[in-house]
Design a protein around this ligand. Sequence first.
Ligand code: GUN
Length: 296
Amino acid sequence: MSAVIIDGAKIAGQVKERVAQGVADLNKTKGVRACLAVILVGDDPASISYVSGKTKALAEAGMADRSIRLPATVSQEELLDRISVLNADDSVHGILVQLPLPEHIDSRKVVQAIHPKKDVDGFHPVNLGNLVIGSRSFLPCTPHGVLKLLRETGIRTDGARAVIVGRSNIVGKPLAILLARRDCNATVTICHTGTRDLPAVTREADILIAAAGRPGVITADMVKPGAAVIDVGVNRVPDASKKSGFRLTGDVDFEAVKEVASFITPVPKGVGPMTIAMLMHNTLEAACLSCGYGLF
Ligand code: GUN
């Protein structure tokens, strides 16, 4: 039997509706309009597309948008100055610098310059540290979105074996920590380019998460029958039949794996929309915390 295809766009839509309601309540009760500043440096087409998805979602949620676009040649100093102005501005609740940054800029320095209370990406070491020890923090949006998809779909994590393919700071590492926390209670393995016999490890997974950024890295023979497969990959592959010249594909061989798995996320319209929805959630949370409004 073919897997249930998880509708990430629908679940994200429900999250965004609740956020929009929260934004309206906050505005009515406290006169505060939740506000995010997205900083985009340069003109990488994928980054432009991600940022336009974020700014569109801000408008839909009724939030203020203080986004800034800077040329690829901008100096690190100028970028850090821009962040410090936004840090000091009480009307801005969230700051996000779209990654990757041009090579002459030290991404770590930039991420650390964002005030942890405005770090709605959850990438600042203070937020990541709090995540590890189980204290309150902004959860990184993609891992948070994956957890939400699992919960809303009724996929049990308690006692499950979760295997994550990919060890990035943005997805693999924080997701592993979250799944292993007591509230999820999964037994977690992280695989990477140094993993020996990857298929043997992935076949152990009740929940298999592909976050390697390589198209087709998960094939049907690597999946245990009945597993839930979550595809975090967003890869652009050339496709002459498309006007844009490319199509999006995940890390999973979707057509073959859906015949083995019990649940699977598509690309697009799987994890991607959840990332944006959780960013809206975090921004509302930052705005509420800034004025002591008890939604969170
Ligand atoms: N680049 C790819 N994904 C992300 C993300 O979630 N946040 C930021 N800031 N940059 C990204």
